[in-house]
Design a protein around this ligand. Structure first.
Ligand SMILES: C[S@@+](CC[C@H](N)C(=O)[O-])C[C@H]1O[C@@H](n2cnc3c(N)ncnc32)[C@H](O)[C@@H]1O
Length: 253
């Protein structure tokens, strides 16, 4: 399995001057994918990001339906298949900014949601949104305090920042998923669920071992709304076991 940097749908490209507005269609009025004419200084990756955003049907649909992110569709697809969102769910949403998954939770009847993100998230009542680092000391207890009860569903769409060194980036990504998984294994009651963004790659196997030890069913899911070229996938860990014997901490934690 290969690894590549995580996709952050909210990531902004470097701010550069746009010299001409996007156009649609050719001289004969035929429809073409919209393209931005750019200053020579715009980097190739920045240009690609812009073209992708402009032409992405999920970005358009998210805007039309009032979702704060295209990521909302990933949780909608996950829930259509695995049915984890309901009024009895008590949810912790790790890496929740800008709030698309929280919106989906609320839309599907969840009333108790606590989200955390490094970035500030504009309010989405009745959800409680905390600005901070999930890995910071005391944060796990703080999330449970804010929820006012033990969660029975933990969601993680977190993506660790990448540094451009593939192997190091992969290890950082896996370490973050593993920390979320261990949190879920500690605090979920039997029957609770854990759903997390992950990326294909060798070290992810350690996280899968952990989840298989703790949950009755563990699946991979690639939503249609996840970009085809990305190695992103979602780990779906259903129904935490009543008795869990965890393997030793992995080398990446
Ligand atoms: C793909 S976005 C989440 C999108 C979100 N699910 C939505 O629907 O709007 C990933 C988020 O993870 C956050 N993140 C990454 N590492 C984190 C950490 N250690 N603690 C909290 N948030 C983190 C990033 O700041 C980023 O906002």
């Amino acid at each position: 399995m290969s690894s590549d940097p995580p996709e952050d749908p909210r990531a902004e490209p470097p701010r550069k001057r746009m010299v001409r507005a996007p156009t649609r269609g050719d001289a004969k009025g035929r429809n073409q994918a919209a393209r931005l004419k750019t200053a020579d200084t715009r980097s190739m990756s920045s240009q690609q990001w812009l073209n992708r955003q402009i032409n992405d049907p999920f970005v358009k649909e998210a805007k039309a339906r009032g979702y704060r992110s295209r990521a909302a569709f990933k949780l909608l697809e996950i829930d259509d298949k695995y049915h984890v969102l309901n009024p009895a769910a008590k949810v912790v949403d790790l890496g929740c900014a800008p709030g698309g998954w929280v919106q989906v939770c609320l839309e599907r009847g969840v009333t108790r949601v606590v989200g955390v993100d490094l970035l500030p998230v504009p309010p989405l009542a009745p959800a409680i949104l905390i600005e901070g680092d999930f890995t910071a000391e005391g944060m796990e207890a703080g999330l449970i305090d804010a929820l006012g009860a033990g969660p029975n569903l933990i969601l993680s769409d977190m993506a660790a920042n990448t540094m451009g060194h593939a192997q190091t980036d992969h290890l950082r990504i896996v370490a973050l998923v593993e920390q979320a998984a261990r949190f879920a294994l500690r605090v979920l009651p039997p029957g609770g669920h854990f759903i997390a963004k992950a990326f294909q790659g060798g070290e992810m196997e350690a996280v899968l071992r952990l989840l298989r030890a703790g949950f009755q069913e563990v699946r991979h899911f690639k939503p249609k709304s996840s970009r085809a070229g990305s190695s992103e996938l979602y780990l779906i860990a259903l129904r935490k076991k009543a008795v869990v014997n965890l393997p030793e901490a992995s080398s990446v934690a």
